[in-house]
Design a protein around this ligand. Structure first.
Ligand code: NAP
Length: 477
């Protein structure tokens, strides 16, 4: 085992396994190396698949009560040690302390929710309509689940997959993002301490995700893929899973519209905009990407939003006094700056509302008024603290512009009341709609997108079914 103060080796079959090669994990607020982490090869990854496959025969036969108790203990351990988790998130991801604590708490809640769901996995019993047979439907664990997670929620994206998989009776091989592997290793350690038997949860950290994942997905012992990340990588993976007709759950990119309709409460909309845009510094698939504001409210909204953004204190996430931390890497920050450069080339006029520290991967929020619908900032996923504002004159026009995208993860609707908000929400082409509020994620709700934002749902009652396969028995009873 390596000497790092963080868990930094692969977890295979219950053993922490060091590899000959390592790769560095940086703190994006200081650019210091936090840890050198084991760099899995395709062979290492296949060993993890073997361990998960061996563990499946036992784990899939345990009682749902036993599995629930492991998950419940994981929730309790994580809750007792919530600040340790938040510290790791803030250090390797860069996000502000409040966001890191919010994520750690949200992540732990998936263990609680799916500990409660484990024993509620129910089959179906009914008579065929013409009564010539009885239909019995069983749901059984699909097998070894391969999970790939992004860097923006290193704890929650792992628990949102691990908890339902374990509740269902599946075993897991988790591959976290190379920028943020430490939190995932910590989560796996929590599950070990909670009593998950050796091999039920395996973690492979790697700097060669493409090669490693191709080897894993080609292995017939792997039964399902659960991916969270960009639509671009999701499509590459779907091309591979198609070769084996492998079930694939995809939580992909977003381009969330945020509508402020005529008559909406501007103050409430600005509070919602701060949540929807700035949680995680804008690096969230749920982040409001483009603001469509009725022309009667646009100037007022922009002015108050700008003031609120300017009030954010920027600095290392680990310092609890800061509201906005670093972005995950200089590379990700520069991607956002490139997008802004492109927008400026199209005539956009971004205003930096404050100043960011000059070291590390920091970026000051930008507000961009009078943006044209169809321009770069309304088409591409920004994934940073940039808020483009488009004004509109009619509700139909706003809804048309909001739906004019290949993505369909989430929309925000601020209306004069909830009744109007829900009417408009029904017309949004997105898997989720927040009405008169800026935050909606909840382990008890189905999270997922329409169109190119994904396939399947995580959380809620649906989440566990991503890891179950139904089998129908016909019988004369
Ligand atoms: P990404 O580049 O797609 O990476 C996601 C994961 O895929 C990482 O673990 C990455 O590993 C891995 N990966 C990259 N290339 C791969 C390949 N060729 N084969 C197999 N795995 C590969 O996305 P990201 O930049 O980390 O995350 C941001 C994206 O995730 C955004 O588009 C965001 O909207 C989306 N997201 C969606 C949800 C949702 O629930 N819908 C939630 C969070 C984020 P490496 O780190 O080694 O590259």
């Amino acid at each position: 085992m390596s000497a790092s103060k963080y868990k930094s080796d692969l977890l295979i079959g219950g053993e922490w396994t060091e590899t000959s090669q390592q790769f560095p994990v940086l703190n994006p607020a200081s650019m210091e190396v936090l840890s050198e982490v084991s760099d899995a090869s395709p062979d290492d990854a296949l060993q993890a698949v073997g361990a998960a496959h061996d563990a499946f025969s036992h784990w899939s036969q345990t009682s749902s009560r036993q599995r629930a108790e492991v998950l419940r203990r994981a929730f309790e351990i994580m809750t007792d040690e919530i600040e340790d988790c938040a510290r790791l998130i803030a250090l390797e991801n860069g996000k502000a302390w409040r966001d890191a604590m919010g994520e750690a708490t949200y992540a732990a809640e998936f263990f609680r929710w799916f500990s409660e769901e484990a024993s509620r996995i129910a089959g179906d019993f009914r008579y065929a309509p013409n009564r010539d047979k009885t239909i019995i439907v069983d749901h059984r664990p699909v097998g070894v689940a391969y999970m790939i997670t992004p860097w923006n929620f290193p704890a929650a994206m792992a628990t949102r997959k691990l908890a339902p998989a374990l509740a269902a009776g599946c075993t897991a091989v988790l591959k976290p993002a190379s920028e943020t592997p430490l939190t995932a290793l910590w989560v796996a350690d929590v599950l070990q301490r909670a009593g998950a038997p050796a091999g039920v949860v395996n973690v492979i950290t790697t700097s060669t995700s493409g090669k490693v994942s191709s080897a894993v997905l080609a292995d017939p012992r792997v039964a399902t893929l659960s991916f969270t990340g960009s639509t671009y990588v999701g499509k590459l993976l779907l091309a591979q899973t198609a070769q084996r007709v492998l079930p694939s759950s995809m939580e992909l990119g977003g381009n969330a519209p945020f509508l402020v309709l005529e008559g909406a409460d501007v103050e409430l909309a600005v509070v919602g905009a701060m949540d929807a845009k700035m949680r995680n510094g804008g690096s969230a698939c749920t982040a409001a990407n483009r603001f469509y504001v009725h022309e009667s409210l646009a100037a007022d909204f922009a002015q108050h939003f700008q003031l609120a953004l300017a009030g954010l204190r920027i600095g290392p996430g680990i310092d609890q006094a800061n509201d906005l931390g670093a972005m995950v890497s200089v590379k990700e920050r520069d991607k956002v700056l490139d997008l802004l450069g492109k927008a400026e080339g199209e005539g956009a006029k971004p205003v930096a509302v404050s100043e960011a520290p000059e070291f590390g991967a920091f970026m000051a929020p930008r507000i961009v008024r009078d943006v044209q619908h169809g321009s770069t900032l309304t088409r591409d996923e920004i994934f940073g603290p940039v808020a483009p504002i488009v004004s509109f004159s009619s509700q139909d026009e706003a809804i048309r512009m909001a739906n004019d995208t290949d993505y369909g993860l989430i929309s925000y609707v601020f209306a004069k009341d909830n009744g109007e908000g829900i009417k408009v929400a029904r017309r949004m082409e997105s898997g989720m709609v927040a009405v008169n509020r800026g935050v909606m994620s909840d382990p008890a709700a189905p999270f997922g997108g329409m169109k190119e934002s994904g396939l399947g749902r995580e959380g809620g009652f649906a989440g566990v079914h991503e890891f179950l396969e139904s089998q129908y028995f016909a019988v004369d009873l």
